[in-house]
Design a protein around this ligand. Structure first.
Ligand code: IMP
Length: 201
């Protein structure tokens, strides 16, 4: 069975194909010829994941899933959350600027608790189920602390300042092998994989 992952991010595709293939074939947006700028205008991770998956399901009538991730910082009441990619809104997807802003806002604060949260929305193609094509949501979370300064050069986004609980190094120092085993995204992907391999294989 073929399932669209509403992304063109190579790392995410590789990660999920490792889990789901060969039982399921995962295709990207470019594989199905979709060049649209899919709206991500919701104010929650759930809302954005659903918007993206619904767009593909409606336009292409294929089974589809989409993800959205945010870093939720306790002392900032859950910010940057759904706005993680553009926390520094004077720049566009600039990780260095986003981290600078976050460290600045936490300056002098002792509560450094934070978590990464990923939500995946899956919409089955209508002919794959007896019922309708209602969406399913899968969530993955990892708790940790925001470091006082950047450490490490691996990974992307906020990795140099996020220290997962149980470790004394940032995601950027731990490297992709460890990160991909314990991360928010890996947990959400595994829940999706359990569902898909159970229901569609
Ligand atoms: P997306 O929904 O996967 O595009 O993630 C939104 C934003 O959250 C990204 O632009 C990154 O800034 C941040 N982010 C998501 N996942 C990670 C991660 O695993 N490490 C660090 N930052 C991340």
């Amino acid at each position: 069975m073929k399932i669209v992952f509403a992304t063109n991010n190579k790392n995410k595709l590789t990660e999920i194909r490792k889990i789901l293939e060969p039982q399921l074939e995962i295709v990207s947006l470019s594989d199905i010829g979709c060049e649209a700028d899919i709206p991500e205008t919701a104010d929650t991770l759930e809302g954005n994941a659903l918007l993206k998956a619904r767009y593909i399901a409606d336009q292409y009538h294929l089974a589809c899933f989409a993800d959205d991730t945010g870093l939720e910082v306790e002392a900032l009441n859950g910010a940057p959350g759904v706005h993680s990619a553009r926390f520094d809104d004077t720049t566009d997807h600039d990780s260095e600027a986003n981290m600078r802003k976050l460290l600045h806002e936490l300056n002098g604060k002792d509560n450094r608790r934070a978590r990464f949260r990923t939500v995946i929305a899956f919409i089955p193609a209508s002919h794959d189920t007896d019922s309708d094509s209602s969406p399913l949501l899968f969530e993955g979370m990892i708790n940790g602390l925001i470091a006082r300064e950047k450490h490490g050069i691996g990974g992307f986004g906020y990795d140099p300042i996020f220290i997962p609980n149980g470790y004394d190094k940032t995601f950027a120092e731990l490297g992709t092998d460890i990160k991909n085993r314990i991360s928010h995204r890996a947990l959400a992907v595994r829940k999706l994989a359990d569902h898909l391999l159970h229901h569609f294989h």
